[in-house]
Structures are given as structure tokens and as C-alpha cells.
Design a protein around this ligand. Structure first.
Ligand code: HMG
Ligand code: MG
Length: 299
């Protein structure tokens, strides 16, 4: 197996993590977390989400959070936008990159964004016009790539089809979400064998939740296919409010420990990452959901 020499880590804790916490963090707390993450060497940070506050109240203050960040030239802050209304709010906040999110499962699409897969793609098309006009980069997510909480198994070709449509529409990259963390190395291979027939590996990111403890081994499998963009959340925060039982994203600390051990460079400093991990864990009143963080912090 040939592994990439470098991996770009996309930190999704402030969005994917905090959207699923019972308590909504205050603007200052989120800003402090993102500030600490910005000092680690991470240069892609998903800072919030412009979705309906009735659907995800934890993200309602995303505009204030993003406005309060001192945009550093070398850091790309981004936010989720499900529709034009979300994109307009994102533009108003000053964010330069957004993400649309679709699914490979019809039932999940309905539960998460209240429309079918094909309707969601139509919505995104309208969003692209405004994004292009404002020079905003658009990333795409596909959820349920290895299983759905409502439909069970998902065919790899359903993942490939939606991913390809997102790329053709103008997404610079598609992040493949194992939303409920059910994948295994074999399922990861079967899915990637199909997706990579249609899409160049440089446009693919892996976004694995760790519900069944499989995220790292699935990432290792994806690295073997040449995937070199990995989404993760500091302290293993996360989940998805519309995927019952989905636990956190794979922890950034665990991904970094593995990549460091494989001599794959990321530009991220572990000690600084542990500062951010301790901060958010203290705010939430619990230990990080990361074996590496707990071992290194001696908790
Ligand atoms: P809807 O109810 O069909 O929308 O929801 P609507 O257009 O009929 O509007 C209904 C109300 O929402 C209206 O307000 C709109 O103004 C408002 P009202 O008149 O009732 O007061 N509204 C909005 N408000 C703020 N921002 C907006 C917005 N749009 C409409 N952008 C909608 C459709 C998509 C809005 C809703 O279903 C929604 O917000 N869903 C988001 C769910 C979500 O955030 N899920 C978690 C993120 S995805 C995820 O975690 C997976 C991922 O991590 C990858 C993986 O792990 O697989 C990315
Ligand atoms: Mg997710």
C-alpha cells in the first residue's frame, strides 16, 4: 500500500461536534475554541452552520461566532449552508467557504433536510450561482455512505452517483460521511472501489464517525487508496442530531497520533491541539473522547 505523504485535516468539531451537544455554547466559548484550534497548525476549520434554528438550535449563533473570528489569511473557516437563505447569512458573516450537504439515502435526506435527494440537488444548484458570484468555495458532503439509520445498507453506487453530481455541479471536494459509524475496512474498500471509478481521489475526503470504534481503521484503509483529506473533531466531539445513535467524529488527536506514527505530515502540533481539547472538555465537563488525548494528558 502506498500512503499519501501529506494529509489535510479538516477540523469539524466546532460544527459537527457542537451541533450535537445538549448545551448550546456561548459565542465567546465557541470563539475561544476556534481560536485555540487556529493556533495548532490546523488550516481548515468548520466554524458553524447556517441551518434552521428550529432544527439545530445549537448552531443559531454561528453568524456571531464567525464575525468574531479574526480571519487569519492562512486559515480557511467554513460553514454549512443547506439552501440560499443559509448561504445569504453565511456571506453576511464574511465566511469565504461553505459546504452543502446531501445524502446517499432518501430517508436520511428527508429527515435531515426535509427533501428528497433530487430536490436537494436542485436547491444546491441555485446556491452555486450566488456562491460563484461571491467567489465562495463550495464543498459537498454525502451522508450515510456506509449505512443509514433508517434504511440500513446503502449501495456504493448510490454514493458514487450523488458524489459525482456534487462534483459536476461545482463542489471542489466531496466529503464521504459515515454518519452513524457503521462502516468496516471491507465496507470502506467496497465503497471507495466504486466512487474512485468516477471521481479522482484528490477530490475525496473521509468523514468518519466512530460509533463502533472503526473510524481509525477505516481511515487507514482510505489512506491506502490515496485519500489525503480527513475530517475529524477535537476531543471526538460530535454526532448528527438527525441520525439517532450517531456518536462523535473520529477525534483529531487520535488521527494525528496515527498520522504522526506513519510519518505522514499534517502541520498540526499535538501539544497545542491538547490545549484546545482540554479547553472544550472542561467547558463540557467531561474527558475528551480520544484515547490519545487521555493518554497524553495523563487523565
Ligand atoms: P424546511 O422546514 O423544509 O424549510 O427545512 P423551509 O424552507 O420550509 O423553512 C421553514 C422555516 O425555516 C422558515 O422559518 C425559514 O425561514 C427557516 P419560519 O417561517 O417557520 O419562521 N429557514 C432557515 N432559517 C435559518 N437558516 C436557514 C433556513 N432555511 C429555512 N438556512 C432546512 C429545511 C434545510 C432549513 C432544515 O431541514 C434544516 O435546517 N436542516 C438542517 C439539519 C442539520 O443541520 N443537520 C445536521 C448537519 S448534517 C450532518 O451533520 C452530516 C455531516 O456531518 C456529514 C455526515 O456525518 O454524514 C455533514
Ligand atoms: Mg458528520
Amino acid at each position: 500500500m502506498t500512503f499519501p505523504k501529506e494529509v489535510s485535516i479538516v477540523e469539524v468539531g466546532p460544527r459537527d461536534g457542537l451541533q450535537n451537544e445538549k448545551q448550546t455554547l456561548r459565542v465567546e466559548q465557541k470563539v475561544e475554541l476556534i481560536k485555540l484550534l487556529s493556533e495548532t497548525g490546523l488550516n481548515r476549520i468548520e466554524a458553524g452552520s447556517f441551518v434552521s434554528p428550529k432544527w439545530v438550535p445549537q448552531m443559531a449563533n454561528s453568524g456571531e461566532v464567525i464575525k468574531a473570528l479574526n480571519s487569519k489569511a492562512n486559515i480557511r473557516y467554513s460553514a454549512l449552508t443547506p439552501n440560499l437563505k443559509g448561504l445569504e447569512a453565511a456571506i453576511e458573516s464574511g465566511v469565504k467557504e461553505v459546504a452543502v450537504f446531501g445524502a446517499a439515502s432518501e430517508s436520511f435526506s428527508q429527515k435531515n433536510i426535509n427533501c428528497s435527494i433530487s430536490e436537494s440537488l436542485k436547491r444546491f444548484e441555485a446556491l452555486f450561482e450566488l456562491a460563484n458570484h461571491n467567489n465562495i468555495k463550495v464543498r459537498g458532503y454525502v451522508s450515510c455512505v456506509m449505512g443509514c439509520p433508517y434504511e440500513g445498507d446503502i449501495l456504493p453506487k448510490a454514493v458514487t452517483q450523488v458524489s459525482k453530481e456534487l462534483i459536476d455541479m461545482g463542489c471542489y471536494e466531496v466529503s464521504l460521511g459515515d454518519t452513524i459509524g457503521v462502516g468496516t475496512p471491507k465496507a470502506t474498500s467496497v465503497m471507495l472501489d466504486d466512487v474512485l471509478k468516477e471521481i479522482d481521489v484528490s477530490k475525496i475526503a473521509a468523514h468518519f464517525h466512530d460509533t463502533y470504534g472503526q473510524a481509525l481503521v477505516n481511515l487507514y484503509t482510505a489512506l491506502g487508496y490515496g485519500v489525503s483529506t480527513i475530517d475529524s473533531a477535537v476531543a471526538g466531539l460530535g454526532g448528527c442530531p438527525y441520525a439517532k445513535g450517531a456518536s462523535g467524529n473520529v477525534a483529531t488527536e487520535d488521527v494525528l497520533y496515527m498520522l504522526n506514527g506513519m510519518d505522514i505530515s499534517t502541520g498540526v502540533n499535538m501539544n497545542k491541539l491538547l490545549v484546545a481539547s482540554s479547553y472544550i472538555s472542561d467547558v463540557l465537563g467531561r474527558s475528551p473522547v480520544s484515547k490519545s488525548a487521555n493518554a497524553l494528558l495523563g487523565r
